[in-house]
Design a binder for this molecule. Structure first.
Ligand SMILES: Nc1nc2c(c(=O)[nH]1)N[C@H]1C(S)=C(S)[C@@H](COP(=O)(O)OP(=O)(O)OC[C@H]3O[C@@H](n4cnc5c(N)ncnc54)[C@H](O)[C@@H]3O)O[C@H]1N2
Ligand code: MOO
Ligand SMILES: [Mg+2]
Length: 418
């Protein structure tokens, strides 16, 4: 097929549309049970509710004295209230007696309150004294009912959902799972992602440089991005630009992994074999061009419930294609209900002089200054370059059209994670 016919058959879809077409084929993978200590960063595959309220007993919020609030009514400097100390409760202990009128019990933060007590006076708010050999406390301020007391269920009511399917397990979720008595979490297993670098010019990193050839960096970049997205990379041997070799490797990926990603050979050139492969694809062709730069040649197909995502070979375009398409797919394979990366608006710190036919996802940085968000798009960003990726923490989305974008323009920023 010649270049012109390849170009002719390509119909560009928007980034959102391309993503939705992919996500329609990204059903969650299976579930596995992992110990809580290994659950960090995984996506929950179940709803977990608290069987018991938290706390499940009335608990002191301060080191001090449990009192009956009614006893302290009217306490002031000129009319102090004297209460008899009838015992002490340490954390983990159960009070031996109930609190009768006129009594106080020494309690520490987290200790169970005795029956009859409904407030805690802080140590700093009482004076300890002895009356006829018995310990007493003097209060010069009243304690309101409920003061410094954590009521039953005041943190988590019984029945509250603490984790939902698709929720990423972070420190807060893991702490709550432990609190509700779980030792393990049911999470989606890590999707396996086959990564196939294509190109007769590719050398392994250890190979000495020879004219015309370059070292294969995309496979390592994609493996790192795959891990950051919570999946397991399965790098396949790099394939030269040969249809049979690439087709065989793609088959291997589709049959053994949940998602198959190729890089390179997807443009209109003579040896762009992935383009040919998708042209003859016997599954569903989801798209073969996206309205974006870099990576407009990004293409995708689905077959028997598996996705093939064909990313550009240019490192910058390959990186962007992964973040905008592979990452949301990998998250959806783990039950994440979100349909794309988060984004926010910021002011462009410097003019971006280059006009674009499509939105341009430029690797850049964002920051906040006096409460205003700014973003800087690297002017020297080219999809063939790798250096602009160093230190980049976002894509700055330069809108299409016009003669460039002026400094101060509000632009969309897509933060990069991991
Ligand atoms: N006539 C046209 N030529 C090109 C067009 C176009 O529209 N018309 N688009 C250009 C753009 S934009 C891009 S992006 C690239 C896309 O190229 P491919 O996806 O076909 O990728 P390759 O041709 O295989 O390689 C491109 C470039 O990237 C290097 N590469 C490839 N694989 C790796 C790897 N694993 N690690 C590091 N670098 C890699 C490769 O050597 C090439 O330099 O097409 C433009 N051309
Ligand atoms: O799609 Mo190429 O990188 O778009 O520059
Ligand atoms: Mg090419």
């Amino acid at each position: 097929m010649n270049e012109a016919s390849r170009r002719f058959q390509r119909t560009a879809v928007g980034v959102e549309e391309a993503r939705l077409r992919l996500l329609a084929h990204a059903a969650p993978v299976g579930v596995e049970r992992v110990p809580l200590a290994a659950a960090y960063g995984r996506l929950a595959a179940e709803r977990v509710a608290a069987a018991d309220p938290v706390p499940h007993f009335r608990r002191s919020g301060m080191d001090g004295y449990a009192v009956r609030a009614a006893d302290t009514a009217g306490a002031a400097s000129e009319s102090p209230v004297l209460l008899r100390v009838v015992g002490a409760v340490a954390c983990g202990d159960v009070p031996e007696t109930a609190l009768a009128p006129g009594e106080a019990m020494r309690v520490m933060t987290g200790a169970m309150l005795p029956e009859g007590a409904d407030a805690v006076a802080m140590l700093e708010a009482v004076a300890e004294t002895t009356v006829r050999g018995a310990a007493h406390v003097v209060l010069r301020r009243s304690a309101a009912p409920g003061a410094n007391v954590s009521a039953i269920g005041s943190d988590v009511e019984a029945g509250t959902t603490v984790v939902e399917p698709g929720r990423r397990l972070g420190p807060a979720e893991i702490a709550l799972l432990a609190t509700v008595g779980r030792t393990h979490a049911n999470v989606y297993r890590k999707p396996r992602v086959a990564i196939l670098a294509t190109g007769s010019e590719l050398l392994p990193p250890e190979a000495p440089l020879v004219p015309g050839k370059i070292r294969n960096s995309n496979v390592y970049m994609l493996a790192a991005q795959t891990i950051a997205a919570g999946a397991e990379p399965v790098p396949l041997c790099a394939a030269p630009d040969d249809m049979a070799r690439i087709a065989a490797a793609v088959e291997e990926g589709l049959s053994s992994c949940d998602l198959t990603i190729t890089t390179g050979g997807v443009s209109v050139g003579d040896y762009d074999v992935v383009t040919d492969l998708l042209h003859e694809w016997d599954g569903e062709l989801l798209f073969n061009k996206v309205r974006m730069r870099p990576g407009s040649v990004t293409s995708a197909g689905a077959r028997r419930g598996k996705l093939l995502l064909a990313l550009s070979g240019n490192p910058g375009a390959c990186f962007a294609g992964f973040e905008l398409f592979a990452r949301p797919v990998i998250l959806a394979l783990q039950g994440d209900p979100r349909s794309g990366p988060a984004a926010f608006e910021a002011r462009l710190a410097e003019a971006f002089p280059k006009p674009n036919a499509y939105p341009r996802y430029v690797r850049g940085r964002w920051w906040s200054e006096s409460g205003v968000l700014y973003a800087a798009a690297g002017g020297g960003d080219r999809s063939s370059r790798m250096l602009p990726g160093l230190g980049a923490d976002c894509f700055v989305v330069i809108p299409p059209g016009g003669s460039g974008t002026a400094a101060g323009t509000l632009v969309t920023v897509v933060p990069l994670r991991g």
